[in-house]
Design a protein around this ligand. Structure first.
Ligand code: PBG
Length: 330
């Protein structure tokens, strides 16, 4: 195995042999496209200051995005609603309104593009006046068990509207089991659950909170009583074990690139379908650097998302999905 009988550069010499020994592939089918959905008539899209190249879409504009996503071979989109302040409340009652923004969009998407997988976010932060993912108790703490009841209603509402996969991103304990039981009872046996199992209390969600308008609601508060400490990885394995036990079909590690070790350990420990989320802050960092001419945006995104695949991700949520799919197929 030693030099010069072994020269590892030999296989790297030409593209054909580099291709033959490539260990990881990144294809459009490995991407999930997160989209921000806002109320409004007609096809309108609104720029987001902290997320260059990402927009808030009305339903008509979302349907155009869906057509492009299908044409590019991206299997699924994930919806994130922008809820007007007038519909936010302490009880998050709008989160399970069957005529609300998300259920209407699910129905329209499934009618127009039946093959496109529709994933919805299960969490209360777009719907609460305080921007927390759950309901508050009398002391202003996020109350786990009261929140579960509303999450179940929200998940049932989305599943009944036709969502293919619900994705609880709230980090309450026990939510996967409660949602799974409710689905079984309601006969919704085909609705998949993607658990955001290892979701960290990350600084990198800032632009997302601007996009959905929860930054101001949250103020100086944080989400550390339910999202995980970035210092921990053993705890991530316990979260994943519990969510799979409770009936999750797939699990998620979030954010992506700074947490490749977590991703690797989750995939190698459980061998379950494992997704990663290249979050808004990761996306913004690469975009802002590329805008300064520091590197090419598509090449940088490709490398980042490929690395998540190498570490164990079966699929990756990325705001760059459309451009990346086009880049891969070039
Ligand atoms: C809310 C939610 C967040 C993200 C996805 N769902 C933000 C948060 O937890 O505060 C972040 C996604 C991103 O930053 O791209 N439940």
């Amino acid at each position: 195995m030693s030099f010069p009988r072994t020269r590892l550069r030999r296989m790297r010499k030409d593209q054909f042999s580099r291709q033959l020994m490539q260990e990881t592939v990144l294809l459009p089918k490995h991407l999930i496209y997160p989209v921000f959905l806002m109320p409004g008539e007609g096809s309108i899209k609104e720029a987001i200051a902290t997320l260059p190249g990402v927009f808030r879409h009305t339903l008509d504009s979302l349907l155009q995005e869906a057509a492009e996503v299908c044409a590019l071979g991206i299997p699924a989109i994930a919806l994130f609603p922008v809820i007007p302040a007038t519909q936010k409340s302490l009880s998050a009652i709008e989160s399970y309104n069957a005529q609300g923004l998300v259920p209407c969009a699910i129905a329209a998407l499934k009618a127009a593009y039946p093959i496109l997988g529709v994933i919805t976010d299960i969490a209360l932060d777009p719907y609460t006046t305080h921007g927390q993912d759950g309901l508050l108790d009398a002391h202003g703490q996020v109350c786990n068990d009261k929140t579960l009841e509303v999450l179940v209603l929200q998940a049932l509402c989305h599943a009944r509207a036709g969502a293919d996969m619900v994705a609880p991103s709230d980090m309450m304990d026990g939510r996967i089991g409660r949602i799974r039981d409710a689905f079984e009872t309601a006969g919704l046996i085909h609705t998949r659950i993607l658990a955001y199992s290892a979701k960290y209390a990350s600084t990198l969600y800032g632009p997302f909170r601007d996009a959905v308008g929860s930054t101001a609601c949250l103020g100086a508060a944080d989400k550390k009583t339910y999202q995980m400490d970035p210092a921990n990885v053993q705890e991530a394995l316990r979260e994943v074990a519990q969510d799979l036990e409770e009936g999750a079909d797939a699990v998620m590690v979030k954010p992506g690139l700074p947490y490749l070790d977590v991703l690797y350990r989750v995939k190698s420990t459980f061998q379950a379908p494992t997704f990663a989320y290249q979050v808004s802050g990761e996306y913004a960092m690469l975009h802002l650097a590329a805008a300064q001419g520091i590197f090419n945006i598509d090449a940088a995104m490709y490398e980042a998302v490929l690395s998540m695949r190498r570490a164990g991700a079966d699929a990756v949520f990325t705001y760059h999905a459309k451009a990346l799919a086009a880049y891969i197929q070039r």
